[in-house]
Design a protein around this ligand. Structure first.
Ligand SMILES: [Fe+2]
Length: 364
């Protein structure tokens, strides 16, 4: 299956995953062949991208860190709570705890070796899907750092609630479909303090460290973050983890004003922010579970051959297993064959095909 942005969808493409709207209702079944009407409908509800079936990938399963059902439930919970919070200025702690515990339990049970980007969000549930993704990415990192169950639960709850304060930011700023002005940005930035104040009022039920994730997740390692300009180890580790997960998920998501950044570029971006924005040791733990070339990516080898990534390895993220599908001149092979780059040391990935290139080369 191949993730394709809504703008690149074409009639005749077949949907690979069920598609839900922002209320968790099924819009289109996996296996549906797209036509102009379906594409328009997806566009109208603000779906950013969808998974498309691909003949090269029939037997390829893209691993999910948590089950889609768990994700949908958590997203819809965050969404409902956000509305409740806007009216009542408090959150339903128990529901959030349940969702965070559920995510922790699944991740502890599955121990995902690598994270592949598999979710499909509508633009209008970006904030809610984002909180759940940040929770998943943070929990996986906590597990990598050797956290126990109780630490993981607090981290997961903090990550799930990290943007709670956004419920108190005016909707026209929160949902603005273009970049924010400086004035709007300073209002947006108050979500850290607003979130902390709100969560602290329910301190009987919310661990203080989880509230501090909301307070500190925009602080930066070198002190240039907000709201307090904390540096290095004055920032709590849970907030450092959440900060990385927050940026990584934000740049890899489709937004109304820009396309998502491919995984290998997001990986590079994260590395370039080590020591300035991010704690380098925490970043190393985070990246050790992130696939640079996720399963299902089309890459070009240094020989010029085009290949499809079929498997990835945590310790050697730059050397995936691939299926070679064209020769160096781009001619389709009659018999595509598998190559394990951990064993073929003279071969390496020289570039990743963009979505447009994949479509132009008729690889979909
Ligand atoms: Fe935030």
């Amino acid at each position: 299956m191949l993730k394709i942005s809504i703008t690149n969808l074409q009639p005749g493409m077949v949907i690979g995953h069920h598609i839900y709207n922002s209320d968790g209702l099924l819009l289109l079944n996996a296996g549906t062949e797209l036509n102009v009407t379906f594409i328009k409908r997806l566009e109208k509800v603000g779906i950013g991208s969808v998974y498309i079936k691909n003949s090269f990938m029939e037997d390829l399963e893209i691993p999910e860190a948590i089950r889609e059902e768990t994700r949908q439930k958590a997203v819809s919970l965050v969404q409902k709570s956000f509305r409740y919070l806007q009216v009542n200025a408090r959150i339903n702690v128990e529901q959030f705890e349940q969702a965070a515990d559920c995510i922790v339990d699944e991740i502890v049970k599955n121990r995902p070796a690598m994270v592949h980007l598999t979710d499909i969000r509508t633009h209008d549930n970006y904030t809610f899907g984002h909180s759940v993704n940040v929770c998943v990415l943070s929990t996986i990192t906590g597990l990598q750092l050797g956290y126990n169950q109780s630490q993981l639960r607090t981290l997961a709850l903090g990550a799930l609630l990290h943007d709670t304060g956004k419920a108190l930011v005016p909707l026209e700023i929160l949902n603005k479909p273009s970049r924010l002005t400086d004035a709007e940005m300073s209002i947006m930035r108050t979500h850290t303090e607003k979130g902390f104040d709100l969560l602290r009022k329910q301190a009987d039920h919310i661990p203080l460290l989880a509230s501090h994730v909301a307070f500190q997740h925009h602080e930066k390692h070198n002190g240039c973050g907000y709201p307090r300009g904390l540096t290095g180890d004055t920032i709590h580790e849970y907030a450092k983890i959440t900060a990385i997960a927050d940026v990584y998920d934000a740049v890899t998501a489709d937004r109304p004003y820009r396309e998502r950044m491919p995984a290998h570029e997001a990986y590079e971006l994260a590395i370039s922010l080590a020591n300035t924005h991010f704690d380098p040791a925490i970043l190393t733990s985070f990246l050790s579970n992130i696939a640079i070339y996720p399963i299902g990516s089309f890459i070009v080898l240094n020989t010029g051959e085009i290949a499809l990534v079929t498997n990835t390895f945590p310790n050697l993220p730059t050397r995936p297993c691939v299926k070679v599908i064209t020769d160096a001149d781009g001619k389709r092979l009659a018999d595509p064959y598998l190559l394990d780059l951990t064993e073929q040391l003279t071969l390496f990935v020289s570039s990743v095909l963009s979505e447009k290139e994949v479509i132009e080369l008729k690889l979909v």
